[in-house]
Design a binder for this molecule. Structure first.
Ligand code: NAP
Length: 296
């Protein structure tokens, strides 16, 4: 059934997600802070509005995917935020990767308006968003999850209910801890092998024949070998997720020694000005230290 959806955040992820919702027949009112990014959506039939509050005004469902916790707080509770117009009974789906604590606070604010909130972070990156093949991990009331499902089935192939508010995000932070660490260690290994004189293609053939093979590194290796760091997932956002995971570790009393080290590698690469590149650009930080390039 077509829904009236307010969609906020048309970045790398939000743009293709919103387009897929339009293609599926939903009515969209879209908002992006930088208005120019809404042009493709307007051409596809969306109504472009000038604040999150305008996006939420006539919507049964509000969906957002913005950078970080501060952005979500602004979109929800800032001037012109959705709280100014949110309908009682509406459902708010937040796919941004943010602090579970901030997300729970947003859930309370939205509940004060008689609406429901789901944390629904995603994995699958830009190509998953374009193909409608994201994986969603969700926290909130089961009834809100059931209500969101038909909409999110347009955007993803897997929808996993994790439990109460914030648990979708807790799962997401754990997943990105694994993903960021895996890629960093892959890059360290390849820098080591290349410096010794093993060709990167040869090293990849070995990894792909071993238990160290991973879908992530199969996907990223060709980009690393070409030195193509066009952002699918910007390095600064991966660093943000590692900061959030470290905070969660401290709060829960969970020691995460590998995360502590890897987070600093992402921080160093970000400090060098690589934050807007894809997170695979951490290889260049390691390459510069070792004086070698992993290229074919
Ligand atoms: P992006 O391309 O940088 O887009 C960020 C979006 O947030 C833009 O629309 C930006 O607006 C908006 N924004 C930032 N601050 C704002 C504020 N204060 N008020 C209103 N809007 C604001 O990032 P992305 O890759 O789409 O990622 C979005 C979220 O999804 C992040 O939380 C990220 O961690 C998560 N995520 C990303 C991927 C991925 O592979 N890219 C995968 C899974 C999850 P402007 O256009 O005005 O800057």
């Amino acid at each position: 059934m077509p829904e009236s959806i307010g969609f906020i955040g048309l970045g790398i992820m939000g743009q293709p997600m919103a387009l897929n919702l339009i293609k599926a027949g939903h009515q969209l009112a879209v908002y992006n802070r930088t208005a120019a990014k809404a042009a493709a959506l307007q051409a596809a039939g969306a109504r472009v509005v000038s604040s999150p509050a305008d996006a939420a005004r006539d919507a049964n469902v509000v969906m957002m995917i913005v950078s970080d916790s501060a952005a979500v707080e602004e979109v929800v509770a800032g001037k012109g935020g959705i709280l100014e117009s949110l309908r009682a009974g509406a459902l708010v789906i937040d796919s941004s990767t943010i602090s579970p604590t901030v997300s729970r606070k947003m859930a309370c604010l939205v509940a004060g308006k008689g609406a429901s909130w789901l944390d629904a972070p995603v994995t699958g990156s830009k190509h998953g968003a374009e193909k409608g093949e994201l994986t969603f991990m969700m926290g909130g009331d089961r009834a809100a999850f059931d209500r969101a499902l038909p909409i999110l089935q347009v955007l993803g192939k897997k929808h996993i209910y994790c439990g109460s508010h914030g648990l979708g995000l807790s799962a997401k932070l754990a997943q990105n801890t694994i993903q960021a660490t895996l890629l960093e260690v892959f890059c360290e290994g390849f820098v080591l092998a290349t410096k010794a004189g093993v060709r990167p293609e040869t090293m990849l053939e070995i990894i792909q024949s071993s238990l160290a093979r991973a879908a992530l590194t199969d996907f990223k290796a060709p980009f690393i070998f070409k030195g193509d760091f066009t952002p699918y997932f910007p390095l600064k956002l991966m660093h943000k997720d590692l900061e959030l995971a470290a905070e969660a570790g401290y709060a829960q009393g969970v020691p995460m020694p590998a995360l502590a080290a890897v987070k600093e590698v992402y921080m160093a690469a970000k400090a060098q000005g690589k934050g807007d590149l894809d997170y695979a650009a951490i290889v260049t930080f390691l390459e510069e230290l070792a004086g070698v390039k992993v290229r074919t």
